[in-house]
Ligand binder design. Structure first.
Ligand SMILES: Cc1cc2nc3c(=O)[nH]c(=O)nc-3n(C[C@H](O)[C@H](O)[C@H](O)COP(=O)(O)OP(=O)(O)OC[C@H]3O[C@@H](n4cnc5c(N)ncnc54)[C@H](O)[C@@H]3O)c2cc1C
Ligand SMILES: NC(=O)c1ccc[n+]([C@@H]2O[C@H](COP(=O)([O-])OP(=O)(O)OC[C@H]3O[C@@H](n4cnc5c(N)ncnc54)[C@H](O)[C@@H]3O)[C@@H](O)[C@H]2O)c1
Length: 443
């Protein structure tokens, strides 16, 4: 039986950052993958999304500037865009697996099943590992309604050759609103059906409401409190029926009703490894499961964090430091910033206004009236920063077309005393950018 220091099940961000660290040592690793090498983020998540968003931006930017010095809105050529996407990704996929293979790292294609505290089986081959890392991520949740098989998920979305004339997107989270933004900008008539009364729960709801209004003004139809009862196929279209009886005829249905930990078929029950079907694999402060040689990292781990790529990286670095450097301190997550890649974007780090404690204060900055925002047609842009009673920054939220980038300024400031001092000491920030305005905000 071939022996390794690490067996990692799944080749996503949680795996590859552990491999970056292991590359500096003489440790050996086996990576097992049963789908696309590299995991969700580069194949069917963050990366194809941000690629398409790159083309959506000028379309929407020029839409808002039409009549304000721009003659007409740019238009998306969906077929060419997806063709280019496929060409770039074909190259990436060809390179991805070979980029992680080395003298120290083997890869094997297939489904890993954990058979013991130190053994994993793939087909009829068993491998031994001193440490096993479950890094199997999430899978799309499929609605449990008749006809749910007619809906696609993010797994298929980024390879759609034809732009649907009409699309129904089910869900009100990141995936639903990002894909709705892309489709509408490309020219589809988009309807979003959210079962509950709120969208984008992890974000500042005042800004989410503003985003919703802006998306609706642009033509995206959003129905809240509208659970779906059934999806039916007609000859050339689909019909989505809501529980309230409303019917929506459409060319494409996207199920973006959430994602669930990929825990089935791993042999967890047999080994007695604890997990929750919604939260994921139970882990301690070192990301060990109840079998100490078996860890879980990234989206599949019930680590109390959001399911984001930077969180998966932090997890894998911690496992490395714990096993290789004998770190005794439990995992500490930095303040991880997050953004919706909608238009505009809503971003946040640390506390939201709704989570303010006694003595906390909030300061707002109307970014929309700055010359930069006026020039970009981003008049609704706004920023809120939350301070605790000692004057430390404890949170920030922003709505603007650059919020995803801007929020990174605030992540390193969380918990820092005297941000005014920080701003005054960094007068060399490029001007005129948001960083330069911190001085005004903090004073
Ligand atoms: C549409 C979309 C957009 C996103 N955009 C962002 C974003 O902008 N920013 C951000 O931070 N995050 C984003 N995310 C989330 C991000 O993709 C995840 O947080 C990240 O991929 C988690 O990494 P992971 O390694 O834990 O899991 P994954 O990347 O999901 O990798 C898990 C891998 O394990 C494999 N696997 C599963 N079971 C087995 C088995 N039994 N044997 C072998 N292999 C197995 C899977 O095939 C998969 O390749 C997005 C997600 C989606 C769906
Ligand atoms: N920009 C980013 O960083 C980004 C983008 C995409 C995904 N992600 C990550 O991936 C995770 C998964 O994203 P997601 O959008 O799939 O999940 P999500 O949990 O963010 O959203 C799921 C949405 O579906 C709704 N929903 C649940 N059941 C439903 C039902 N029966 N009918 C209709 N709607 C229903 C929920 O209320 C929620 O609005 C996110 O939580 C996030 O961590 C991040």
């Amino acid at each position: 039986m071939k022996k390794y220091d690490y067996i990692i099940i799944g080749s996503g961000p949680a795996a590859n950052h552990l491999l970056f660290k292991l590359a500096r040592t003489d440790r050996t690793a086996l990576v097992i993958e049963n789908n696309l090498w590299g995991g969700t983020c580069p194949n069917t998540g963050c990366q194809p999304k941000i690629f398409l968003e790159g083309a959506v931006r000028p379309v929407l930017n020029t839409y808002y500037l039409t009549g304000k010095g721009v003659k007409a809105a740019a238009q998306l050529d969906w077929r060419t865009l997806i063709k280019r996407k496929k060409e770039i990704w074909a190259e990436f996929r060809a390179e991805e697996r070979s980029s992680i293979e080395s003298d120290q790292v083997d890869t094997v294609f297939g489904s890993g099943v954990i058979t013991g505290p130190h053994t994993v089986q793939v087909a009829d081959q068993e491998y031994e590992g001193k440490n096993i890392v479950i890094a199997t991520g999430l899978l799309p949740h499929h609605l449990e309604v008749p006809g749910s098989e007619y809906a696609i998920t993010n797994d298929e979305f980024f390879d759609l050759d034809e732009l649907p004339k009409k699309a129904v997107v089910i869900g009100g989270g990141y995936v639903a609103l990002e894909l709705a933004t892309i489709l509408q900008a490309a020219g589809s008539e988009v309807t979003v059906l959210q079962h509950s009364e709120k969208l984008l729960r992890p974000f500042d709801q005042e800004y989410v409401e503003k985003l919703t209004e802006i998306m609706e003004e642009r033509g995206i139809v959003i129905h809240l409190n509208t659970p779906v009862k059934a999806i039916a196929k007609n000859s050339a279209t689909y019909e989505v029926t809501a529980e309230n009886g409303q019917k929506f005829e459409t060319d494409l249905v996207i199920d973006a009703s959430g994602r669930r930990p990929n825990v089935n078929g791993l042999g967890l029950k047999k080994l007695g490894i604890k997990f929750d079907p919604v939260k994921g694999v139970a882990v301690n402060e070192h990301l060990q499961t109840n079998v100490p040689s078996i860890f879980a990292a990234g989206d599949v781990a019930d680590n109390g964090q959001m399911n984001l790529t930077p969180v998966a990286w932090v997890d894998s670095y911690h496992i490395y430091d714990f096993v290789e450097n004998g770190l005794t301190e439990g995992i500490k997550y930095p303040a991880v910033a997050t953004s919706t890649f909608t238009y505009p974007q809503v971003a946040q780090v640390g506390k939201r206004e709704s989570e303010m404690a006694e003595g906390d204060t909030v300061r707002r900055m109307k970014l929309g009236s700055t010359f930069a925002a006026l020039g970009e047609g981003d008049e609704e842009a706004e920023l809120k920063v939350i301070f605790n009673k000692d004057g430390e920054v404890v949170g920030a939220s922003e709505i603007s077309i650059n919020a995803g980038e801007d929020i990174n300024l605030f992540a390193p400031l969380i918990g820092k005393k005297d941000p005014a001092e920080f701003a005054m000491n960094n007068l060399g920030f490029a001007f005129p950018t948001l960083a330069n305005k911190l001085d005004v905000l903090f004073r």
